[in-house]
Each structure stands twice: as structure tokens, then as C-alpha cells.
Design a protein around this ligand. Structure first.
Ligand code: ADP
Ligand code: MG
Length: 383
């Protein structure tokens, strides 16, 4: 497929893509107005888009069954299943006033679904670029992330935060993205993995996130309750972990469970800040202990790990990883491990062996690098 062409009018078609992401550190902090540090990864979802003159969107995706058809007036609830992510993105951009040029969208992806790499944001952001490309319109990356998050929240009906779309939109090779939800700010932080002789492994435990929704809601409610008892708008406003624990306990918030939840959020924000400081000083190997401390906090204080996640972390560390932690919401999914490049195979093998010994299927391990975000995008010329 030719490079997309942009004239004064709509494009004649082209190829657009967007990456998956992995969160380096900063877990269960986003809904507490806190800090997260995702990277966009090299694995991408690609959309080949060609305009058609019959006013119909025809979308197909390798491995996802039959072509799905819908019109530019599509509304939430109309298209369901995987194509809802596509129709939702068209709908959200239409709501922003982007002129909609229907056509065929042929999707292929290197981002596995449900492995903690955010295939959904990769799909939405790639489709958004295609929709904008066919229209010959630019859009700022913030609006792209907001529109695609709206597609997922409102059209698909999944109540997710905005970190995935921000990472897919703003990712940059050699950088991690510091997302500060409370301050509504983004910052690129150097994350020179390959240059430092390191690899970041994503170990997909293959265990799905059963019970994740209910537990997620319960954690959110605990945090809201604690913030209210502490008299702050969100836990982001509390910086002193021992003091917050004491206050949460004094406030009569049960047996100490909520105090531990508070401690996780506060110490996790501090770990993100420390990680960012080390990365800025190019002391990348020293973030290992922070990754491990994040996992321990998620295991002991926030209680969102499950035995296979702990097993993967323990086995990665025993095999020589510099640090490892669960990534994503927990209750299953993936673990990341920071390793010396020369050790990546033996760490992957060590984790596989531990899984097999424990009677589990060997996990899938992938190496990821920080990569560029969605594109190509035209410069935003919105007045
Ligand atoms: P993830 O963590 O991978 O984002 P989600 O449950 O949020 O997991 O999104 C996965 C869903 O997104 C899939 O079940 C599918 O409906 C849709 N999806 C993601 N990538 C693709 C793709 N390349 N083609 C079709 N649908 C996709
Ligand atoms: Mg997703």
C-alpha cells in the first residue's frame, strides 16, 4: 500500500498504525489522580483504509471473523463485538466534527489481545488515524486520545481510564511517558533500554482477569472512602504514607485494610517519581528494585495479584532479572521483567520452567522496546 497522500481534499487511501503499550510503573494510581509511566511498544496495529463512494464503512480484521458494515451515522449500541471499537472511533471523531469519509478498513495487528498490551487502544488509535487520513484532517494527539477513550467508554461500554490511549498516541522511541492525571500533564522521560544493554520482557501468564471488574470497583471505592475520611479530594493530595495510614486507621476505616490500600497508592506515586528521577539520570538499572517494590505493594497492600503473577515475578527474579512486577489491573494478565540483554533467554526459560513445575502451561514471553505513537498524523490546523 502506498504512503498516505494528503492534499487539500480527502486522501485516496493509505496505511496508518498505532502501538500497544505497557505500564512500566504506577499501578492503580490513575483513578487516584496519581502518576503512571507507560511506554508505547514496537508491536502495532495497522489499518489499510481506502475510501468508497457508497457511504458504507466495511471493516475486517485478520482472525476476527466476517467483515462488518456500518454507516457514518452509527450510534452507541448499534455495532457490538470487536467492530464496536472501530465504529466507536468513527462515531467519536464524527462528534468532534471530523468529516467522515466512509471506506474499507482492513486491520492487522501484532498486538495480542488481552495480554496486558492494550490491543484495544492500538486498534482505536490506528483507526482514528485512518479516519483522519481519509478526511485529510489533522488532529492534536490529546484530542485523538480523548476521542478514542470516549469510543471505548461510551460506544464499547468499557469504563477504562485514559492511560492506554495517551500512551498509544504520545509514545516515543527511547522514551517513557509520565502521565500525571491530577496535573493533567504529560512528559517524555528518557528510557534508553537497548542503549543500556537491557531488555524489557512482558510475560503473559495466560491467566485471564476473572473477578477483576468487581475487585477493581471495590479498590476504587476504598480509595474514595479513604480520601473522604482524610478530607482530601483524592489520595494524590496525601504524600506522607505513615501519616496517611495512621489517619486512615484513626478515622475508623475498618481493620487496617483501607490504610494498606492508601499506603499502596501513596508509596506507588513516590516510586514513579523515583523511577523518573533515575531514568533522567540514566541510572536505568537502578529502577529494578522499584519495580519489585511496586509488585510487593500490589501483592501485600493492594491485594490485586494472584499466585501466577507472584510466581512469574519470583521466578524472573530468581533467574537474574533486575526487577519485575505485575502490570495492568491485576488478577491475572502479564508481568514485566527488566533484564540484562544477555540474560533475557535464561530469564524466560527460568519462568517457563517454574510454571511447568507448578503445573501451569508455560507463559508467552515477548521483548518490548519504547516506540513511536500513532501515525502518520497531519499537523493539527484546527483554528
Ligand atoms: P487489551 O488489554 O488487549 O486492550 P481489551 O479487552 O481492552 O484487552 O481489548 C481486547 C478487545 O479489543 C478484543 O477482544 C477485540 O474485541 C478488540 N480488538 C483488539 N485488537 C483487535 C484487532 N486487531 N482486531 C479486532 N479486534 C481487536
Ligand atoms: Mg484494552
Amino acid at each position: 500500500m502506498a504512503e498516505p497522500t494528503f492534499g487539500t481534499g480527502p486522501s485516496t487511501g493509505g496505511s496508518w498504525s498505532a502501538p500497544g503499550r505497557v505500564n512500566l510503573i504506577g499501578e492503580h494510581t490513575d483513578y487516584n489522580n496519581g502518576l503512571a509511566l507507560p511506554i508505547a511498544i514496537g508491536q502495532r496495529t495497522t489499518v489499510e483504509a481506502v475510501p468508497a463512494d457508497d457511504g458504507v464503512y466495511r471493516v475486517s480484521s485478520a482472525g476476527h471473523g466476517q467483515e462488518v458494515l456500518f454507516g457514518p451515522q452509527t450510534q452507541p449500541g448499534e455495532v457490538t463485538g470487536w467492530a464496536a471499537y472501530v465504529a466507536g472511533t468513527v462515531w467519536a471523531l464524527g462528534e468532534l466534527g471530523v468529516p467522515l469519509v466512509p471506506g474499507s478498513f482492513t486491520i492487522s495487528s501484532e498486538v495480542p489481545t488481552g495480554a496486558g498490551l492494550s490491543s484495544s487502544a492500538a486498534l482505536e488509535c490506528a483507526v482514528a488515524c485512518g479516519v483522519l487520513g481519509l478526511a485529510g484532517r489533522g488532529l492534536d494527539r490529546h484530542s485523538l486520545a480523548t476521542a478514542t477513550q470516549r469510543a471505548e467508554n461510551v460506544y464499547v461500554g468499557a469504563p477504562t481510564g485514559g492511560m492506554d490511549q495517551l500512551a498509544s498516541a504520545f509514545g516515543r522511541a527511547g522514551s517513557a511517558l509520565l502521565v500525571d492525571v491530577g496535573a493533567d500533564s504529560l512528559e517524555q522521560v528518557p528510557f534508553e533500554l537497548t542503549e543500556s544493554g537491557l531488555e524489557l520482557l512482558v510475560i503473559d501468564t495466560g491467566s485471564s482477569h476473572s473477578h477483576a471488574d468487581g475487585e477493581y470497583g471495590a479498590r476504587r471505592r476504598s480509595c474514595e472512602q479513604a480520601a473522604a475520611a482524610l478530607g482530601v479530594a483524592s489520595l494524590r493530595d496525601v504524600q506522607d504514607a505513615p501519616l496517611a495510614e495512621t489517619l486512615a486507621s484513626l478515622a475508623g476505616l475498618d481493620d487496617g485494610t483501607i490504610a494498606r490500600r492508601v499506603r499502596h497508592v501513596i508509596t506507588e506515586n513516590a516510586r514513579v517519581e523515583r523511577t523518573v528521577a533515575l531514568l533522567r539520570e540514566k541510572r536505568i538499572t537502578e529502577i529494578g528494585p522499584l519495580l519489585l517494590a511496586s509488585h510487593e505493594s500490589l501483592r501485600d497492600d493492594y491485594e490485586v495479584t494472584v499466585p501466577v503473577l507472584d510466581l512469574a515475578v519470583d521466578a524472573a527474579m530468581a533467574s537474574g532479572a533486575l526487577g519485575a512486577r505485575m502490570t495492568g489491573g491485576g488478577f491475572g494478565g502479564s508481568v514485566i521483567a527488566l533484564v540484562d540483554a544477555g540474560l533475557s533467554e535464561s530469564v524466560a526459560e527460568g519462568v517457563s520452567a517454574a510454571f511447568v513445575d507448578a503445573g501451569h502451561a508455560a507463559p508467552t514471553t515477548r521483548s518490548v522496546v519504547p516506540a513511536d505513537g500513532a501515525g502518520p498524523l497531519l499537523p493539527d490546523t484546527t483554528p
